[in-house]
Ligand binder design. Structure first.
Ligand code: BV8
Ligand code: ZN
Length: 247
C-alpha cells in the first residue's frame, strides 16, 4: 500500500477516479476539522467534556442517567457549529455528486456541514445534531433557526426530547447502514476521509468495499487501523487533498 506524501494524487489513482462509474465516500470528523469542528480523537487524545470522556457523555446510558447533562453537551456543540461553515473538502464532495453515474456520500458526522455545502441524499449513520426526537412519541423537531433556544419538551405531546443522534451503545437508524453497505459493495472507488476508523459499524464499510473489489483510498494526516488495507493512503488534510482530484 503506497503512502503518498500529502498533496499528490498518483497517476494510478487519477486514472481510477476519472474512469470510475461508482464512487463511495465515507467521512468522519476529520472532514470538518478545517471548518473548526473539533475532532473526537486523533493525536492520541480522546475528547473530554467536563471530565467525562466523549464515549461516556455521548452514550445511551447518559440519556437515562442525566439527560440535562447530555443536552448541555449538545447545546454547547450546536452553539459552536452555528458559526462554522463548510470547508473545501465539503465543497468538493458536493460537486462530485453530479460527476459520476453513481455517487454515495456516507457520513459519521452529525454537524450537517455536507448538506450545508450542497450535498444531497447524504447517508447520516449517526443522526444529526440539528434534530431532536421525542422520547414518548418519536416526533422530530428541527433545532435550526430557533437561535439555539431549543424547545424544552415535545411540541406534540409534552414528552421529554433528546438529540436525534446515535449515541454509543445505540442501534443506527433502521436501514441506513444496510443501504450504505449495499452501496459500498457496488462501488469502483471508495474514499475514506477523516476518520480514525475505530467506531463500528461505520468502520466496516471500507472493508465491505474492499472485499467487493473496490480501489480503497484513505485521506487522513494520520495512519489508522484501516491504512494497511487501503490501496493508497494520502497523508494530508481533506480540504487540501480533495480539490486536487479535480485538477
Ligand atoms: C452499535 C454521535 C449495535 C454522537 C457517534 C468494542 C469493539 C467494537 C465495537 C464496540 C466495542 N464496544 C462498543 C462497540 C460499539 C461502538 C463502538 O464502535 N465503539 C468504539 C469506540 C470501540 N459502536 C456503537 O455503539 C454504535 N452502535 O454498535 O450498535 C449495538 C447496539 C447496542 C449494544 C451494542 C451494540 C454506535 C456508534 C455511534 C456513536 N455515535 N456520534 C456524538 O457525536 O456525540 S460516533 C462518533 O465517533 C462520531 O460520530 C464520529 O464521527 C465517530 C467516529 O469518529 P471519527 O469520525 O473517526 O472522528 P475521530 O475524531 O475519531 O477521528 C478524526 C480523524 O480525522 C482522525 O483520524 C484524524 O487524524 C483525522 N483528521 C484530523 N484533521 C483532519 C483529518 N482528516 C482529514 N483532514 C483533516 N484536516
Ligand atoms: Zn412527543
Amino acid at each position: 500500500m503506497p503512502i503518498e506524501a500529502c498533496h499528490t494524487i498518483s497517476e494510478r489513482l487519477r486514472q481510477r477516479f476519472s474512469t470510475a462509474r461508482s464512487v463511495f465516500v465515507l467521512t468522519g470528523a476529520g472532514v470538518s476539522a478545517e471548518s473548526g469542528v473539533p475532532t473526537f480523537r486523533g493525536g492520541g487524545k480522546e475528547g473530554v467534556w467536563k471530565g467525562l470522556p466523549f464515549s461516556v457523555i455521548s452514550s445511551a446510558a447518559m440519556v437515562e442517567r442525566d439527560l440535562p447533562a447530555v443536552w448541555e453537551w449538545f447545546d454547547y456543540r450546536r452553539d459552536l457549529l452555528e458559526k462554522l461553515k463548510p470547508n473545501p473538502a465539503h465543497d468538493a464532495l458536493a460537486r462530485w455528486q453530479s460527476r459520476f453515474e453513481n455517487f454515495t456520500l456516507v457520513t459519521q458526522n452529525i454537524d450537517g456541514l455536507h448538506e450545508a455545502a450542497g450535498s444531497n441524499d447524504v447517508l447520516e449513520l449517526h443522526g444529526n445534531i440539528w434534530r431532536a426526537r421525542c422520547l414518548e412519541c418519536e416526533k422530530r423537531e428541527d433545532l435550526r433557526g430557533c437561535d439555539n433556544a431549543r424547545p424544552p419538551v415535545c411540541q406534540e405531546c409534552g414528552g421529554a426530547i433528546r438529540p436525534d443522534v446515535v449515541l454509543f451503545g445505540e442501534m443506527l437508524p433502521p436501514g441506513v447502514f444496510e443501504e450504505a453497505a449495499e452501496r459500498a459493495s457496488q462501488c469502483d472507488v471508495c474514499l475514506v476521509v477523516g476518520t480514525s476508523a475505530i467506531v463500528y459499524p461505520a468502520a466496516a464499510l471500507p472493508e465491505i468495499a474492499r472485499a467487493a473489489g473496490a480501489f480503497v483510498v484513505e485521506i487522513n494526516p494520520e495512519l489508522t487501523p484501516l491504512s494497511a488495507m487501503c490501496d493508497e493512503v494520502i497523508q494530508g488534510k481533506a480540504g487540501e487533498v480533495l480539490p486536487l482530484f479535480e485538477i
